[in-house]
Design a protein around this ligand. Structure first.
Ligand SMILES: *Cc1c(COP(=O)(O)O)cnc(C)c1O
Length: 378
């Protein structure tokens, strides 16, 4: 028995070294890493520019706290709100924390408390974020939850319209539900949300913790929809492996994030900011995002040609791709794929989730599809 608590069902391998998409375990076995540390390593393992940014910053200053000005943090904020309708940022350390901040600000800003979230969403494990997460299995044993979250079926326009009243402070959703099964918001649903939020003081919070920072082929996934969020949360890909997260908001929210209203000791620390700025400078280039989209199309087409359509559904956006197994469980396949040298995640019980680094090579996509077909297609 290990000295660690048993809250993760860990795979019995330990990864000790990585370069790009390739990782090596403690026995010297190599794998293609199509988990990217759960959508975190957007530029793969040990990207030279990120290594350099971290090394250089580590020799200057690690941490100052937010008692003082951090000019590099301001610059990172500017990079994140450039080319969209958002205007300000707050930095923290994890996706759950980013969602906590957004939930708090939505309540304070509107003076209301009811937040609508959707079945199979995932927003994190802290009390507010867990309460926002509409999945029974995440709540089990931890009640009472934070009050005033209303859970509705995803992509059900009628039920959403029927649930709008004066108590609603915000609607909160993922554009593609990552943990919940790689489910994209429908065009019709996005239009309905946009209409509701445009014609009321109800805020729109988009959780881009998994979908943001190029993962779906655009800077943020909401850019592919009509949605104009008031608050956007980010984490995972933001630091490319260094823990940093954040919330972006419109200028209307500015007064609400007033001095003393919210904070965190580590948030936007110089080390995280230095790495994140390097990530953003690379990933937010149009030419880089074009390539993500080309690789996405290449991967999806190959999967659709190789997997029988009557048994499997291929879906997702960018390089957040799900293979839906229908009623069959994916867990046994995850270990078979691991033996064959391909690491992948699940998304719920029946969906295999592919999350390669955004700079994955075409040869690596070919190899991954070859292994997937060999292991899964009978
Ligand atoms: C991973 C995830 C979170 C939680 O992020 P943590 O950094 O683990 O707290 C929240 N929302 C979404 C959509 C996620 O994928």
């Amino acid at each position: 028995m290990s000295a660690l608590f048993n809250n993760y069902s860990r795979r019995p391998i330990s990864l000790i070294e990585g370069k790009g998409t390739i990782v090596k375990d403690s026995n010297g076995k190599k794998y293609l890493d199509f988990t990217s540390g759960i959508a975190v390593l957007c530029l793969g393992h040990a990207h030279p520019a990120l290594v350099k940014a971290l090394q250089e910053q580590s020799e200057k200053i690690w941490h100052t706290s937010n008692l003082y000005e951090i000019p590099t943090q301001v610059k990172l904020a500017e990079s994140l709100v450039k080319d969209n309708h958002l205007s300000h940022a707050f930095f923290c350390n994890s996706g759950a924390e980013a969602n906590e901040a957004a939930i708090k600000m939505a309540r304070k800003h509107t003076g209301k408390n009811n937040i609508i979230t959707f079945e199979n969403s995932f927003h994190g494990r802290t009390f507010g974020a867990m309460s926002a997460t509409a999945q029974e299995k995440i709540h089990s044993g931890f009640g009472p939850l934070v009050d005033k979250f209303t859970y509705l079926p995803f992509n059900d326009v009628e039920q959403l319209k029927n649930s709008i009243d004066d108590s609603v402070a915000a609607i909160m959703l993922e554009v593609v539900q990552g943990e919940g099964g790689v489910n994209s918001v429908s065009e019709e649903f996005a239009s309905a949300i946009h209409e509701i939020c445009s014609n009321s003081d109800i805020l729109l919070i988009i959780d881009e913790v998994q979908t943001g920072i190029g993962r779906t082929g655009t800077r943020f996934a909401f850019e592919q929809t009509v949605l104009k969020p008031d608050l956007v949360t980010m984490a995972k890909g933001l630091g490319g492996g260094f823990p940093i997260a954040g919330v972006l908001g419109t200028s209307e929210i500015y007064e609400t994030f007033s001095p003393g209203s919210h904070g965190t000791t580590y948030g936007g620390n110089p080390l995280g900011v230095a790495v994140s700025q390097t990530v953003i400078d690379i990933v937010f280039q149009d030419s880089f995002l074009d390539e993500v989209n080309e690789k996405s199309m290449y991967l999806v087409n190959n999967l659709k040609e190789s997997f029988p359509q009557d048994q499997f559904t291929i879906r997702g956006k960018g390089l957040l791709i799900g293979i839906d197994f229908g009623n069959e469980l994916v867990a046994p396949y995850i270990s078979i794929l691991e033996d064959k040298g391909l690491l992948v995640c699940g998304a719920g019980a029946n969906v295999l989730r592919l999350l390669p680094p955004l700079n994955v090579g075409y040869d690596e996509l070919d190899e991954a599809v070859r292994i997937l077909v060999e292991a899964i297609v009978k």
